[in-house]
Design a protein around this ligand. Structure first.
Ligand code: FPP
Length: 258
């Protein structure tokens, strides 16, 4: 008997491959940032606990990282935990803080093999030791890789990031490390957690919410936004390609004329 599911999957894989090939003929976004939203609603729809949605969301992270790497994107920044997420129930926070370990425990060898470099941005002091250890181990073991940068935003909040930058700049001006008259956008950017990264070209937010939720407020000034109603655990390769194809149809003027 013909295995219809397998046949369909193979046809779909071909379709994805063809689209990837076509996309790569045009410039691809060099930095994609994603607000991975809708895990809780995904779970609720299935009468599952919220953490089941986060766990399923982790599998999407793997799928999308692989695809983005295939596309030749340079940086993928994922909003994994915000400075506001501490307000959630304790068991949910604890579960979320275990996910990087589980993800890297399963996937790190593959990331190393695929030349991916793991990084993180966020306030480290509140992150549990076990979470930080897992991420730092991955950062260390992938530090020699020069392919896709997989940048986890973990305990990240953009307003806090900007405020810290301002305080550090004031202190550096006072101490004569930098001159006030030299402070421009480029120098300011170097005080942010993304100092070594270019600004995102494309921001994706899933689950139908149309807001930034304290994510990369400075860095997203000229980024193209793409929103979808799809919840993050349901976000498939097809959706990512749709977002990139939409990006390629846009005309970016950066305030100038095309
Ligand atoms: C928002 O959905 C999602 C989060 C706060 C957590 C995102 C984390 C993951 C997708 C897993 C991360 C995996 C790794 C490897 C770090 P929500 O809970 O706010 O959903 P809701 O709005 O439907 O309630």
């Amino acid at each position: 008997m013909i295995n219809k599911k397998k046949l369909w999957r193979t046809a779909n894989d071909h379709n994805i491959e063809d689209r990837v090939k076509k996309i790569k003929e045009e410039p691809v976004p060099e930095h994609i940032a994603i607000i991975m939203d809708g895990n809780g609603r995904w779970a609720k729809k299935r009468a599952l606990p919220r953490i089941a949605g986060h766990h399923e969301g982790m599998k999407t992270v793997k799928k999308i990282t692989k695809l983005v790497n295939k596309l030749g994107v340079k940086v993928l920044t994922l909003y994994a935990f915000s400075t506001e997420n501490w307000k959630r129930p304790k068991h949910e926070v604890e579960f979320l803080m275990k996910l990087p370990e589980e993800f890297l425990g399963m996937f790190l060898p593959e990331l190393i093999e695929e030349n991916v470099r793991v990084q993180m941005m966020g306030e480290r002091s509140q992150i549990p030791k076990h979470t930080l250890n897992a991420v730092e181990k991955a950062m260390e073991q992938t530090s020699g890789n020069d392919g896709l940068i997989l940048n986890f935003a973990l305990n990240y909040g953009s307003r806090a990031e900007i405020l810290t930058a301002v305080k550090n700049i004031i202190s550096d001006v006072k101490n004569g490390i930098i001159l006030e008259e030299n402070l421009d956008e480029e120098l300011f950017s170097r005080y942010l957690m993304t100092e070594h990264l270019q600004d995102p070209d494309l921001l994706i937010r899933t689950s139908g919410e149309i807001r930034l939720s304290n994510f990369m407020l400075w860095q997203l000034a000229y980024t193209e936004f793409w929103f979808t109603d799809t919840n993050w655990p349901d976000f498939k390769e097809d959706h990512l390609l749709e977002a990139v194809e939409a990006f390629q149809r846009r005309s970016r003027r950066f305030g100038g004329l095309s």
